[in-house]
Design a protein around this ligand. Structure first.
Ligand code: COA
Length: 260
């Protein structure tokens, strides 16, 4: 499928989705959000894909935010609708996807861009990356989950300060905060992130899916994460991959997982 503002490649079970509006610093307009949602949905169902990497085109930006030119004249109702639709179609959808989604943050990740990276399961940044939630400088608050996911990742005090000051932090600060897992030179970002994806692929797909579900349960209202873990743990015992993983260990060989 072709998308106006996305480039997608699939190689050795790793899909790389590149947001491609470099002249607008890859700002997320509605069409791009909708296409990203559709693309991730299809890749989620594609048996040739085990891990998805999201990045931005060019050397300057991952995503410099939601497209300000689109919502500058919105009403209260339209504003709430924009946030609700975006959260449902893309941000929550990514967080709950059954396959790992990694953000390769290659430059500015601001507003909706940082929120997109935070909806991914984890983040790797290039040395030039700059991150922030500058919405209050526009008279707004983050609307794509930023007020919820930033405190989960960096703690309440740091999130309060970042959101209230609208300030950007460097990649190194983001690493100290626990917002990104690794910082690497820009030229190495995609290879490094692909290397992590390759490690993930060696493990049992059903177990990875259940791990995502159990970890996410801790952050959902009305869910008991420990209970989700118990049930998910139990389900793993019903898979061929569990038999293969334990048998391979006992036979001192590498497991060959089939996803069954
Ligand atoms: N929405 C719409 N357009 C955006 C954008 C956004 N979030 N971020 C950048 N752009 C556009 C600029 O308008 C400019 O377009 P133009 O060339 O047609 O005028 C182009 O991308 C390049 O951006 P520019 O501001 O010229 O680059 P810069 O290097 O001077 O500054 C930033 C980079 C990231 C600091 C600056 O673009 C910025 O502050 N962007 C908005 C960040 C923001 O508030 N995001 C949260 C939105 S909720």
């Amino acid at each position: 499928m072709n998308y106006e503002n996305l480039l997608i490649s699939i190689e050795e079970k790793i899909a790389t989705v590149t947001i491609n509006r470099p002249t607008k610093l890859n700002a997320l307009n509605k069409a791009t959000i909708s296409d990203l949602g559709k693309a991730i949905k299809l890749l989620g169902k594609n048996d040739d894909v085990r891990v998805i990497i999201i990045t931005g085109s060019g050397e300057k930006a991952f995503v410099a935010g939601a497209d300000i030119s689109e919502f500058a004249n919105y009403t209260i109702v339209e504003g709430a609708q924009l946030a609700a639709e975006g959260q449902e179609k893309l941000f929550d959808f990514i967080e709950n996807l059954k396959k790992p989604v990694i953000a390769a943050v290659n430059g500015f990740a601001l507003g909706g861009g940082l929120e997109l990276s935070m909806a991914c399961h984890f983040r790797v940044a290039s040395e030039n990356a700059k991150m922030g939630l500058p919405e209050v400088s526009l008279g707004l608050i983050p609307g794509y989950g930023g007020t919820q996911r930033l405190p989960q990742l960096v703690g309440k005090g740091r999130a309060m300060e970042m959101i209230m000051t609208a300030a950007m932090i460097s990649a190194e600060e983001a690493k100290q905060y626990g917002l990104v897992n690794h910082v690497v030179p820009q030229a190495e970002l995609l290879d490094f992130t692909t290397g992590i994806a390759q490690k993930i692929i060696k493990n049992a797909p059903f177990a990875i899916t259940k791990a995502i579900k159990a970890i996410n349960a801790n952050y959902k209202d009305g869910k008991d994460g420990f209970d989700t873990e118990i049930k998910s743990f139990g389900k793993c015992f019903g898979t061929q991959d569990f038999k293969e993983g334990t048998t391979a260990f006992l036979e001192k060989r590498k497991a060959e997982f089939t996803g069954k």
